[in-house]
Design a protein around this ligand. Sequence first.
Ligand code: FE2
Length: 222
Amino acid sequence: MMNAIPEPAVVRDDPAYREMSFRFREFGPGGLTASTLATHVELYRGYLAQANELIDAVADPALRRAAATVTRPRESASRRLSFELNGVKLHEWYFEQLVGQGGAAAPAPSSVAAEAMDVAFGGFDGWRADVAALAATRGIGWVVSGWDAPAGQLVNLWVDLHQLLLPAGHDVVFVLDLWEHAYWNDFGPKGRAAYAEFVLASTDWQVVEARFARGGEGGTRR
Ligand SMILES: [Fe+2]
């Protein structure tokens, strides 16, 4: 006989994920405009709403019981959940990189970030060139830099959509949104490379360094 699936111990009134607010720098001519960033945040809100709705949906006791027989509604909701959740998280990390005041052209030489880039790419310039090369990948998705702290390994990789090919056990330390909505208005359909260079030049490296510093505790988090 199949075991009964227990009801959740805690019933939440609040949404699982709350909206973050972002005060972007003014980038000036040749950079991302305020209207593009405002539209992008609007899109992020959509992922947030969808993720919260799905989390509530999959917590529904009837749907959880149905999961025992792997019915299509539960399976379908679960497959979509990573898309929506990563749509929230990746955008928050991307916006966070463009919010801080920055000032440094690269991670501090004494930082874990700089050391990891040295080991894996021969330095910041090598890491940066690799990110720029990956940004030319055909399709919509993200370039992600992932740090496996216990292994001391930094990898750059392409993530399709928001959730496909994201490696387990890596801290996401840098993200570059390469969906067309991220750059089309300001850089045009052929402006992908210029946009990637803009983000690399505009990233607050202290934000990136802090993500490395949190490594070694397991999992991918902000
Ligand atoms: Fe985006």
